[in-house]
Design a protein around this ligand. Structure first.
Ligand SMILES: Nc1ncnc2c1ncn2[C@@H]1O[C@H](COP(=O)(O)OP(=O)(O)OP(=O)(O)O)[C@@H](O)[C@H]1O
Ligand SMILES: [Mg+2]
Length: 269
């Protein structure tokens, strides 16, 4: 294959669920389906580029097949089976720092006049911008360090702590230890503290994080459950009886451990 053919070749990018089979790499670009919220997300990504934030893809336009064209970010996302470097405390710290830089870079962006994904429920609707889907496979790493957020499909106005809570749930991870099958098991609260410290979360945020994690979990379960019922292929395959039972266990664990999470976050402050 010559150079130009290689640049045009479509390489499927795996790891995601919502757009499974519909995300491709072409040369140094990524092609993804358009959504009603694409203009809003592109305005946000353009703002991030303008203020010098390099932790997100850049918008290059729309291709001849009606897909968005974004820059491909060199590195690796933490896709299953999770590589050990994605589960270390240093990796978690870098995720906290990246999330904070993202929130800070969104300040000054005017979200008005755009169609966004559903916002976080009150009291987390807030006035900042949230990524809203900081899953392991939505963060690109290089040399063990988180360098970029990708997949802004669910980005929307909201309060920063909603994102931090979601990140803690996914990365600590906040769930019954018996449902974690890697070295993070049993270190949920300690790692939540590590994330909050790296992010630089203030005491008010720490007091709200448990509710944000629990709220994001319930919100995401509704989104996926609705998607599965409507027949979104990735969601239908993912939302099995086993997954639903595990999600229910996580929901209960988050509620019964809210006070312990808050105590771990505020201890010694
Ligand atoms: N701009 C990018 N740069 C580098 N890699 C990317 C980029 N966009 C996507 N990828 C890779 O492709 C995978 C799937 O992409 P993406 O997250 O957009 O899919 P998705 O189905 O929308 O995911 P989700 O289920 O999280 O909504 C990512 O996990 C990542 O490995
Ligand atoms: Mg994704």
């Amino acid at each position: 294959m010559g150079r130009s053919e290689r640049e045009r070749a479509e390489v499927p990018l795996v790891g995601g669920t919502a757009n499974r089979g519909r995300v491709h790499r072409v040369g140094d670009t990524v092609r993804r389906p358009l959504r009603p919220t694409t203009p809003a997300v592109h305005a946000l990504l353009r703002h991030l580029h303008e203020v010098g934030f390099d932790g997100a893809p850049r918008v290059l336009g729309i291709d001849e097949h009606g897909r968005e064209v974004l820059t491909f970010i060199p590195g690796q996302a933490v896709t299953a089976p999770a590589p050990f470097w994605g589960l270390t405390d240093d990796a978690l710290r870098s995720v906290g720092r990246l999330l904070r830089r993202f929130h800070d870079a969104c300040r000054g962006f005017d979200a008005n006049g755009h169609v966004w994904a559903d916002t976080a429920p009150g009291p987390f609707d807030g006035d900042g911008i949230i990524h809203n889907d900081p899953n392991l496979d939505n963060i690109v790493f290089r040399d063990g360090e988180a360098v970029a957020l990708i997949d802004f499909d669910l980005a929307t106005p909201g309060s920063a702590v909603w994102d931090v809570g979601a990140t803690a749930r996914l990365w600590a991870p906040l769930r019954p230890p018996g449902d974690t099958h890697d070295p993070r098991r049993g270190r949920e609260l300690e790692r939540t503290r590590i994330l909050a410290d790296a992010y630089g979360l203030d005491d008010e945020g720490r007091a709200r994080l448990a509710a944000a994690a629990s709220g994001h979990h319930a919100w995401m379960c509704t989104l996926i459950g609705d998607g599965a019922r409507k027949g979104v292929p990735g969601f239908r395959e993912y939302w099995t009886p086993d997954t639903r039972a595990r999600a229910a266990r996580t929901g209960r664990w988050l509620e019964t451990h809210a006070a312990a999470i808050t105590a771990a976050l505020l201890d010694g402050r």
